[in-house]
Design a binder for this molecule. Sequence first.
Ligand code: S3P
Length: 191
Amino acid sequence: MTESGTASTTPRRVVLIGFMGAGKSTVGRLVARGTGWRHVDFDEELQRRTGRTVPAIFAEGGEAAFRRMERALAAEWLAESGVVLSPGGGWVVQPGSADQLGRDPLVVWLRVSPEEAVRRVLAEGGDRPLLAGTDPVARARELLRERAPIYEQVSHLVIDVNRRSPDHVAREILRRVRPRPVDGPVPERDG
Ligand code: S3P
């Protein structure tokens, strides 16, 4: 985390990072609803634009092709304000991605354990090429060991999501991007 624990100015965009299954898409939608900002889920957006699923992109062009598309999408959306971005869990750990973040977004790491991540991914029936194989938990542990230091380094706020509902997580983020007015409306008096 940066030393202040918050983004440098009142953030006009939020970037949710963290491992697969952390809830970046669901929480992103809720934060967007709470702010009135646009939500962009990178995997969904890539699938919409290419007409192919993420596993198909991996199968046809390899991970490198997927990362190139992801990077182009990040460049496009990180230039916008009033957005909540949910990139895939591998984007921010690619070389150069942290530089794409710039200075002003609030970067939130939704921290999930490898066991919980795999439980959620399997429960939702999601297809994650990087967790394919006989021991997805071992693979998740290995990937998280590599990625956690980077998630930690680039984030302004860390939320442990293992036992928190998406609503709870979203509310915690909204407190940072939608400061409460100091003077609320004066309540009307009776009589
Ligand atoms: C990936 C995460 C996935 C998706 C792709 C690769 C990763 O997105 O982008 O399967 O490298 O962690 P989610 O984090 O939304 O599951």
